[in-house]
Design a binder for this molecule. Structure first.
Ligand SMILES: C[S@@+](CC[C@H](N)C(=O)[O-])C[C@H]1O[C@@H](n2cnc3c(N)ncnc32)[C@H](O)[C@@H]1O
Length: 380
């Protein structure tokens, strides 16, 4: 049973593809800004790597790349940073290759349409001075599959990067959807404000997933390699207080689901069987797993204030804020919602969310702050 749910989510989950209004490509400016704000930490992690003379390509992997410019930007920065390091050290410059990895339902086509062409014979000088990712100085390929499983050959990857992806669980814990279980999430669709049993089931699932993630990566990473991870996080010690993630998925979104139930469009049990498979860990949740795994040394592990997911041009325009919140939620959860209640009801749900968020626009703009766990790890 667990296996079926596990496989289903892997087959199903994706950010909204394409380039339309609710696509991830058009609704990921907040992630782009948050990623830029921790670039200095990523570069510091890259600076710790030993430069080795090798015949094999220097390999960069972005896990949970999605479709859009964010992954292209970060891979470009990693490659250019390492090129510069090799050049300054006067060391032979290796060829670079990048693997863009995500679940099979990810819109890789849109990603590859956005990808600049390879300029292989450009001088090092041209590569380093090219404006961010208008040309590409690395070979590229897609790797479909879950990062909770094995993805790459042993000892083949120099840099693993993953941003805003590891908070996605491999599955909603079974107990949370079993009606007679103490962890059944009755009346809710997220763990923010849920019972201790429900929130702890999510915490256990997160830790089990992260343990698997680290186990596979420790086999795939070259010695001397580096791993830089950013995911949604929280500052609270209590798992049922999911902070900004809670406000995003557990308040107006939950109320909008309730609207559908009260209006008789969705029955309560159908709503109860939908749960957002996201968990924002705090530092202890994360650290416990890294320590138990034992394969990695922690170079940095901190929670950072990431800012708001709402990027709006006019902060006084309540309708724009309402639309931005509904789009943020739809971009990341829309595919799961549609699979659960179908497209017409999904449309109704997000319309209600937009209405509710518009009514609470000011409060959302003031209070919706995301936090991120940032981890820089290398092999022990
Ligand atoms: C919010 S997007 C982040 C995209 C990109 N890294 C960025 O910074 O904008 C999260 C991505 O994680 C992917 N993801 C979630 N669970 C995954 C898993 N188990 N294996 C691989 N990718 C996964 C989703 O499909 C999605 O594309």
């Amino acid at each position: 049973m667990a296996m079926t749910m596990h496989v289903k989510l892997e087959r199903l989950l994706s950010m909204k593809g394409g380039k339309g209004d609710s696509s991830y490509a058009k609704n990921s400016q907040a992630q782009a800004e948050h990623a830029r704000s921790v670039l200095y930490l990523l570069e510091a992690a890259l600076d710790e790597m030993q430069l080795t003379a090798t015949d094999s390509a220097f390999t960069v992997v972005d896990l949970g790349c999605s479709s859009g410019n964010n992954t292209l930007f970060v891979v470009d920065r990693i490659v250019k940073h390492m090129l510069k390091r090799y050049e300054s050290a006067g060391a032979p410059v290796p060829e670079f290759q990048a693997f863009f990895s995500d679940l099979p339902s990810n819109d890789f086509n849109t990603l590859f349409q956005l990808m600049p062409s390879l300029v292989k014979n450009a001088s090092l000088e041209q590569c380093l001075t090219a404006v961010d990712h208008i040309q590409r100085s690395y070979f590229a390929a897609a790797v479909p599959g879950s990062f909770y499983g094995r993805l790459f050959p042993a000892k083949s990857v120099d840099v693993f990067h993953s941003a805003f992806s590891l908070h996605w669980l491999s599955q909603v814990p079974e107990a949370v959807t079993e009606r007679w279980s103490a962890a059944y999430n009755r009346g809710k669709i997220f763990i923010h404000g849920a019972s201790e049993a429900t929130a702890n089931a999510y915490r256990r699932q997160f830790q089990q997933d992260l343990a698997g993630f680290l186990r596979w990566r420790s086999q795939e990473m070259k010695s001397g390699g580096c791993m830089f991870l950013v995911c949604l996080g929280r500052t609270s010690t209590v798992p049922s207080d999911q902070g900004g993630a809670g406000l995003l998925f557990g308040t107006h979104f939950e109320d909008a689901w309730n609207d559908l139930v009260v209006e008789g469009l969705v029955d309560a049990e159908k709503r109860d069987s939908f749960n957002v498979p996201v968990y924002a860990p705090n530092l202890e949740d994360f650290q416990e797993v890294v320590e138990a795994n034992g394969c990695f040394v922690v170079n940095k592990l901190e929670v950072f204030k990431g800012g708001s997911p709402l990027v709006v041009s006019c902060p006084d325009d309540a309708a724009e804020i309402g639309r931005a919140l509904a789009n943020s939620c739809r971009t990341v959860c829309g595919v799961l919602v549609e699979a659960h209640i179908g497209e017409p009801l999904s449309h109704e749900l997000f319309a209600r969310l937009e209405r509710r968020a518009t009514l609470h626009a000011k409060e959302l703009l003031d209070q919706l702050q995301l936090f991120h766990v940032v981890a820089s790890l290398s092999l022990a």
